[in-house]
Design a protein around this ligand. Sequence first.
Ligand code: GDP
Ligand code: MN
Ligand code: MN
Length: 255
Amino acid sequence: MSLILKAVENVPLIKKGDDIADIICKNADIADKDIIVIASTIVSKAEGMTFREEDIIPTAEAERIAALNGKGSRFVQAILDESIEVFTEAPFMLVRNKNGHVCINAGIDGSNVGGGFLLKLPNKPDNYAAAIGRKIEEKTGKKISVIITDTNGRAFKEGQTNVAIGLYNIKPILPWVGEKDLYDKVLEISEEAVADEIAGAANLIMGEGGGGVPAVIVSGLDLYTDEAVSVTEMYRSKERDVLIRGLLELKDKNE
Ligand code: GDP
Ligand code: MN
Ligand code: MN
């Protein structure tokens, strides 16, 4: 078995209103069951999710948090506006964004944006993945999957990796429960987070800087599904998440 990852070349700097599906189709050969990995940065740019920090008006709550973490209160307000729950306020803001994704700063980022703008994450990433995916399917006549990604830190470890934040035609988790291991022992827990693994692999080609590769075609995997999928299938509920509960207890104690 072999896995092939190919950069989509010649993608321009994306502006509001650009047709990402069209740009990808013009610059890539797409086959059935290919997985098209797209950096959230270009989806957000195409959706016009840029804003200027100075245009945000901070609330008293943002001022309070800004005094704790040393970030600008306007930036803190922008994070609060994108979040439904705050797990840590300082030294950094770990939040659950409106789509249920837990990340630092609600994913608001100024890198690879330009013009002094900041960029929010796409607010309905599964919907954008589906819209781009359907358009690519119409144009190519192929059945494909889409993963929209963002670069995130991890608990316990230094370094960041790309993760899936929006999906189309691919289940985020491949269950191994009930399968046998090498020695016929039945697996009881293993679930492989394939969407995140593919996101991480694609980032080996995207990089984080000025490489200009916001989309990667992944071929050779058999993970296509035409069932409805959502990235939220892999978001652990608070009841099952020991770390999140611990962070919330800590926050309660500090208040
Ligand atoms: P994020 O992980 O979604 O926040 O995106 P990054 O800022 O890490 O960018 C991922 C890749 O996409 C890098 O190779 C960037 O150079 C590239 N990239 C970002 N925006 C654009 C764009 O508008 N056009 C092109 N061609 N590449 C871009
Ligand atoms: Mn990002
Ligand atoms: Mn990145």
